[in-house]
Design a protein around this ligand. Sequence first.
Ligand code: PMP
Length: 291
Amino acid sequence: PQNDNIQVFIKDQLYPRKDAKISVFDSSVQGGDAVWEGLRVYPEGVVCLDKHLTRLHESAKTLAFVDIPSKDFIKDAIRQTLDANGMNDNTHIRLTLTRGEKITSGMDPRLNQSGSCLIVLAEWKPLVYDNDHGIKVISTSQRRNAPQFLDSKIHHNNLLNNIIAKIQANVAGKDAGLMLDERGFVAELNGSNVFMVKQGKVFTPFAHACLPGITRNSVMEMCDREGISLVEADLSLSQFYNADGVFATGTMGELTPIVEIDGRTIARDNELQKKIIRLYEKEVRQLCEKP
Ligand code: PMP
């Protein structure tokens, strides 16, 4: 399927791709001033839809947006967009809420007088990683934003921190950048969370400098239910190099084995890790909600 003729929802209606435009005065252009969610659609519905909408609302409230569309309005916009495009599988939705159009250029939120602007962009897209092969990563010199400077619990569009890390991974010829926090502990990858398995236990960094990912949360709840011991901790690179297994989690890659960190090989045949990945593959369909 092609994405050339897709319909995109902006503010309150659908536009063909070639007319799907927002103003140069929009807050996202003037300051990266927007919040977003990446959603995954299966025939059963949208994975963890309500949790994504809650995170979008909480991010928008933190940034003091006004006229934030209700969950019902956003669900309706998603339904309209999927229907208009005949999409129900292998679909990625990029949900963006900007602070809206400004009366002049500038950063000051008071220049926004027309309320926030919702964009629902649905595209045909397979999962980003080939889970059968796993990915190779490097630790980046670019650190993840520390919470005292920019709270990682806000899912905002100011992505330069992650983009610089991704550029470092690209230059090194690897798939993703593993970002440390300001103290030197592992935070997350440039676009996903990270877990490790060691001696029958699962570990993941505290949500200190990482996004509290929805997939991360689903894995934690699943481990809890299955009686698998899971610990949030401050974890060093050395612990990751010497783990029995390491995997990334995110809506667009789901659970992906990491097979190399900074040139050190990580095994991908750990039984517990394979079990968790298998369980999630089944569970993800049950986490879907119809918009
Ligand atoms: N970390 C970062 C920096 C991300 O951008 C994302 C995806 N938006 C994630 C983690 C994964 O979050 P989720 O499981 O909610 O998709």
